[in-house]
Design a protein. Sequence first.
Length: 419
Amino acid sequence: MNGKFVFESFQEYIEKVLNEVETGTINEAEAVANLTAASSQVVGDLGLKGTSKGIAESFFDDLSKYVGDLPALSKRINRDIKDTFDLLTNKEKGVDIQPPTYSGFNRTSVAGRYRYLYSNSVVAEGNPRLAASTGDLTGARENKQNVTDLYSLLGAVNAYNIQKFKQNARAATGSRSDKKAGVYSGSAPENSYLWLDDANGRALEFVVKNPFKQKSFTSLDVPLYAIKKYSKGGGNAIDEQAVETVIKPGGTSVEVVDKPHKSSGTDFFAENDVKISSEGLLALKALISQYNEIKTIKVNGSASSKPTSRAGGNEQLAKDRRSAGIKALEELKSAGAEQLKSAKIEEGTAEVQDGAPTESDAAFQQVSFSISGMAKASQIKDKEPETITRIEDINADAVTFWRYTMKVYVSGDISDLNA
């Protein structure tokens, strides 16, 4: 997260800043800067070295992916960490964080794995709400199941728990303490964290738990979460509900140029027909869901060489299928699919199958697409052609999670901080 830019001239610098303002990447730079500062403060104030230092830095590197497009949320995370660690390292009042013998940063695996990840989205319950206009926390939680971007979800959960850490630290300043033992009692923190105990199930359920079961406590422990491992196609079969609408953009992106999406094996059209089937529309929504932004999408139509009674023959049949694909995309754009908001929808080729016209070939009863834009990084492994698959044949991805624990052990009389 410590990248530096070298410029040949001041004009080059100005042009870069103006470009970043125009493209929005300056927000990402701001988010990374905030998380770099937060990471440095945690590592420095906890006195982390070696493995624990690497684990902490790894967590904040992952967090930068989750909130890179949410500068307000990254700013909140940095502010809450700074305020809390500044409070707990008030040496003038004899308060300080104990070294790694007591404090630390470690991680363990969350039990189970989530098997319904599709287009980087999950069904979640108990997730914190983000303000649509700012991307910041609203203080409320969704207590019903919602389809949400996994990266935004993890960013929000971690920001929520860090916010509760700040509140717990402030609550602890009213506790009586034994200076020698570092044990606080009287009013244990009451602000509960969000916990993911098991990733199995149709929904990722974040439950509220208070780790402070007794009135006396020795450290302020914070649960934090990150992705451990993706397994592409390693989940359960997705259901149609997952792609009834285009899944919103979210997470990190990778740029692709003229990436082909072939449609062999997907029934967009019945024989001799130019109306996209309901199955084909679901497949199209699933395809668009794999992108965060589409700049250009070219639509190609095709037909087999089997004779047709339609006016204009097979050539016109291929053109009509291309037109049907363009119309479907324009309707999705009008319906509010964010990925298509600024997309140019263009005519591509219209081809008739080569070979003996003895029978219809389903591979040529299709539309295919060539897309330039920003694909969801977790969905695109390379820039090779991809085959659009029937919805019933798609397996969701599987994902496992890390639970990080930031353990903050404070020495001195914390109650003095209220004086």
